[in-house]
Design a protein around this ligand. Structure first.
Ligand SMILES: [Zn+2]
Length: 444
């Protein structure tokens, strides 16, 4: 006799098959990313002429100050559109250094979307606002920084626009950093802020140079993106290093298993985008803001296009011997940038909806034919998955699902000596945390 008018969302839910695909929101989230939005943001950033860290801060139209204020106003507008779901903060430090001769305030613009269930768990995405030309101290020449790194900032702001319409268990932090080119200062400012707030940072996805698909090596590749991750933790102690050297773990830092998760998500949910994992903290001899997160003990990766064009990076705008130098907007491939942004979004959504990575992961089974994998019980988990792989395999190969009340699994006739093992935690909707390698080497 009761009215049976079902709200639309509920009706859609009932229409799902009994065993709905896990992570069912991810393709829809990815589809919301708009190349036109990215292009609009990027054009606006390039329009500030230079965003050099030492450039003018008072002008309303040119320099880092105007650019920062525009980013702040954009975050505020996105926050209004989601009913006040974003809090915008501007942590800063006044610094001098080899590339900052006079004391200069380095300020980050950061939007915080508090998690509804576990707000101290924090997932971060970053890009850097500052730009440069050939002379690192030249703060007045045009430095469009279209790809390095307005592309990364555009990805951060698009993430805020799309994900602010949804709710997440963990907190999402959208960081637009400064001072990268002068010595990774903005990364340190945000990492210090995170520590002071007591944030439990589970990941920083640092996007730096993510929009160009035509490499200086002549290759046009719009379907690959590199994800750099450190092998062993920057904060590893000598005692931890000793254990790790003996038992393994040099390719299983939390950052590395974050990169593995990204590779798996790309394969599962994105069309025509493959993650090339690089087993390095950054490009050879070069750096990025994720390094300061790693130094603070937070898992972090660097996301960068597959083939860089060095004639466009850190260059005065000029033509020489028929070659055009400079980081101008015509070098950005917006459909490609949109693909890289989608990878970020599906990763952020997964991490913020999945349970926290399991804690207290350990293994035992020496001189027996079986391996026992254990972990600490964790509330709000729908189940766990125990993973293993050959010691030389780049990706996790085998897995077994176990129920929510389990805290250990005995893998019968799987010899501990011959594999690497780990555990992930899974939510009721099928969102899965990164795999955690046992001991200090792999702990998040
Ligand atoms: Zn950069």
């Amino acid at each position: 006799m009761r009215a049976v008018l079902l709200p639309l969302a509920l009706a859609a839910l009932f229409a799902l098959p009994a065993h709905a695909a896990p992570e069912q929101d991810l393709p829809a989230i990815a589809a919301e990313v708009s190349p036109a939005e990215l292009q609009g943001t990027l054009a606006r950033l390039v329009g500030f002429g230079t965003r050099h860290t030492l450039s003018d801060t008072r002008s309303e139209t040119r320099g880092i100050g105007a650019a920062r204020r525009w980013v702040q106003s954009r975050f505020a507008a996105i926050g209004r559109a989601c009913g006040g779901c974003l809090e915008v903060v501007t942590p800063s430090q006044t610094v001098t250094g080899p590339r900052i001769p006079q004391p200069t305030e380095v300020m980050d613009i950061v939007a915080i979307q508090r998690g509804s269930r576990d707000p101290q768990r924090v997932i971060v995405i970053t890009g850097h606002l500052d730009s440069r030309v050939t002379d690192i101290l030249d703060a007045t020449s045009d430095a469009p920084g279209a790809n390095d790194d307005a592309s990364g900032v555009a990805a951060v702001m698009e993430a805020a626009r799309v994900l602010s319409r949804l709710r997440f268990d963990a907190t999402l932090v959208y960081g637009v950093l400064s001072g990268e080119e002068q010595g990774l200062y903005g990364g340190k400012v945000l990492a210090d802020y995170a520590k002071a707030q007591g944030w439990q940072v589970e990941a920083d996805l640092n996007n730096d140079i993510v929009g160009n698909s035509h490499g200086g090596d002549g290759v046009h590749d719009n379907s690959t993106v590199r994800v750099f991750s450190e092998g062993t933790k920057a904060t590893e102690t000598p005692a931890q290093a000793g254990k790790r050297r003996y038992n393994g773990g040099e390719v299983d830092s939390p950052s590395r298993n974050l990169a593995r998760l990204m590779a798996m998500l790309a394969e599962r949910h994105l069309t025509n985008l493959r993650v090339e994992m690089v087993y390095r903290t950054d490009r050879y001899g070069r750096g990025g803001d994720q390094v300061e997160f790693l130094n603070a003990g937070f898992p972090a990766v660097r996301v960068t296009e597959a083939h860089e064009d060095y004639s466009r990076q850190h260059q005065d705008l000029r033509t020489e011997n028929g070659i055009r130098y400079g980081d101008t907007i015509d070098g950005v491939d917006f459909p490609y940038l949109a693909q890289v942004t989608r990878l970020n979004l599906v990763t952020l959504a997964t991490l913020a909806r999945a349970p926290a990575p399991p804690q207290g992961v350990s293994i035992e089974g020496a001189v027996t034919p079986d391996t026992t994998v254990s972990w600490r019980a964790q509330p709000g988990v729908a189940g766990y998955r125990v993973w293993w792989r050959s010691t030389t395999a780049p990706q996790w190969q085998h897995s077994r699902r176990v129920p929510a009340d389990a805290t250990r699994l005995v893998l019968k006739n799987i010899v501990i000596d011959d594999g690497f093992f780990g555990v992930s935690a899974i939510s009721a909707e099928g969102y899965e945390s990164p795999v955690v390698f046992p001991g200090d080497a792999g702990a998040f």
